[in-house]
Design a protein around this ligand. Sequence first.
Ligand code: ADP
Length: 274
Amino acid sequence: MGQPRRDSEHSLGFVGTVVDITERRRAEEVLRVAQAELAHVSRIAVLGELTASIAHEVSQPLAGIITYGEACLRWLDRPQPNLEEARSAVQRMISEGRRASAVIGRTRALAAKGVLQRAPVDLGAALEESLALLMPEMRNRGVAVSVHVAPGLPAVLGDRIQLQQVLNNLLLNAMQASAAVPAGQRSILVRCERLSAPPPRLLCTVQDTGPGVAPANIPALFDAFFTTRPDGLGMGLSICRSVVESHGGRIWLDEQPGTGATFRFTLPVRETRL
Ligand code: ADP
């Protein structure tokens, strides 16, 4: 901090302070850009994890379109074309096409490199959209997911894609941890609710039935590059923390011995109903 000083006209100035603020603003801007870059890299890593199931999700409706297209031609090529059947085949082609395009839309949103937004976000809807992308992979790995979103949750102010990234990272970690237990015991519980104690906040919980976190690993859990997985990046939780904290919230591991891992985060809410 600069010292106040008097110049020749005896007016009081805070020369050093002005310089400090400019420097701090520049540093904050650099940090913001770096965080956005990291969040983007981590979203691409999530996409990498999901490539096989996304390809499957898109190729299924495409195969459907071809089948219904062929059926449609057969109905039209008959000596007496059956227009009713042809129309219904075309309708199925359209709905399969919409299905494929919805998958691509969700994937593109995740891969997009956008400017950070500050807008009201419906966390329940953001969660639903994340799950639409992750569920095929969860099913492949035999992980049951149950979701409880309290009705009438207020909006949080923030960046929808970044907040979805927090949910994606926690859900993917829970899915990966589930691999360590037998197929019939893999389950994840996601809850979003409103905290009754002030200040107004939402609480989200992602709980799994995996092996949990070893006590020795807890202090470093949210540090960048901390990983215990051979192919891990160690960025997931560190990005979760920086996103949640930049939204004015908190994230932590709730230690509940013998129950897998329970991650919780809070976000401040705007007092406008969605
Ligand atoms: P990565 O997944 O690349 O290792 P993360 O930052 O997402 O990076 O996680 C860091 C470490 O935290 C993981 O390597 C793992 O040891 C631990 N961890 C995270 N989530 C869970 C979980 N749900 N159950 C058990 N351990 C977890």
